[in-house]
Design a protein around this ligand. Sequence first.
Ligand code: NAD
Length: 446
Amino acid sequence: MKQLQRQSGTRRDEDIPISQTSLYSPKALKHPKSLSRSISYLLKEQRLLFILVGILIGSTFFILQPSLYHLSSGTHNHLIARSNSFAGNRESITYYDHNGVMETNSVENKNNYKYHNGGRVPVGIGRKRKRIVVTGGAGFVGSHLVDKLIARGDDVIVIDNFFTGRKENVVHLFGNPRFELIRHDVVEPILLEVDQIYHLACPASPVHYKYNPVKNIKTNVMGTLNMLGLAKRIGARFLLTSTSEVYGDPLEHPQKETYWGHVNPIGVRSCYDEGKRTAETLTMDYHRGAGIEVRIARIFNTYGPRMCLDDGRVVSNFVSQVIRKQPMTVYGDGKQTRSFQYVSDLVDGLVALMENEHVGPFNLGNPGEFTMLELAEVVKETIDPGAKIEFKPNTADDPHKRKPDISKAKELLNWEPKISLHKGLPLMVTDFQNRILNEDEGKGNK
Ligand SMILES: NC(=O)c1ccc[n+]([C@@H]2O[C@H](COP(=O)([O-])OP(=O)(O)OC[C@H]3O[C@@H](n4cnc5c(N)ncnc54)[C@H](O)[C@@H]3O)[C@@H](O)[C@H]2O)c1
């Protein structure tokens, strides 16, 4: 081998003809004249002028870009204006919906947003635009959450089988290129590329989940498994909307997240209660076992526009009964208590939880406690002081007391509800009145 190398080495030297080697000479140093030649080249045919004009156009574009964006934003549906006033970690976001109606929302800021002092910031520059799946996004809570995420500048894919959800809840987003709607049952697997998964798909009202209890368990168990599997596969963050029903008929009051609950595992409500408890177990096991990022919210009674008209939940029942001039049905003696949270407060809490670093579970609810009779009084005051009450026997496993302890969410998420029942109820009543008065809409919900 060495011999071969030596041979080839010698041959190379030998192969170079003497005549060629003698032709080699180092590159001549540039003559100073070449500089003047370059200058004269630039000056010829107004080349320098063209270069200067190019630089001028380029810099003009960069200087004017923000104001060009401002002008063109008039044609956009959603312009986000971030205010400069930050209270702690919260930022107030003003956005305009498709009807040009201005809304202001407060969003958790921890680590997720870059702050800009220059007033209006184009969507996508202030923070990285996320791609988000919302299962059950055509339902009551889901559709409000989708509105918030879209207004914030994210891309949202809604997955819904329309069991209790309605296209009407998201129809205002149909023209928006950042919104997609997929008719799909979460019991079946699906593959999508997203950053975050809000898993809401599950009927929330007793009327609907008792309609097909086995299907409800499938939705909670197989649906949650499928969404956790998706989160694991694509490395997305997963948020489960669990419920205060995991506390059952609680022996501890108010309920803290540390309370393990008092649930009847074989009752008529257990398809929902135990279904959600299993969904929480699956979520934690995927977190511990597969290391996926998870969040768990335990939602307490929530009300607001877009709730199903006749879904058996107490607020929607009372409101639709009074609008239809029917007596309000109170089950039992009406002394059982509930807390009522306005939907925008819940949506703020869900987003704060998703964007924060804590797994949970977190109680998300309004601690203001009302008996059913007190609620009936507020509904009367809001709609019709002459409305009547009708008493009926209580339903099985109806909890006597329900009130969240939200100190954990207050402390770690910097979240607490802001809208009182007296303020929120009229907003829901207006929506219900419009829908009940619209005959087609009324029929569509029956
Ligand atoms: N609203 C409340 O007071 C409340 C309280 C506690 C928990 N939650 C939870 O919040 C979530 C949303 O509740 P909501 O009040 O908006 O209820 P909702 O019934 O209005 O919405 C549920 C949505 O999920 C869809 N869905 C149901 N099963 C599905 C399936 N198998 N595949 C795909 N989509 C399916 C429905 O069509 C609907 O759009 C639920 O998980 C519920 O358990 C709500």
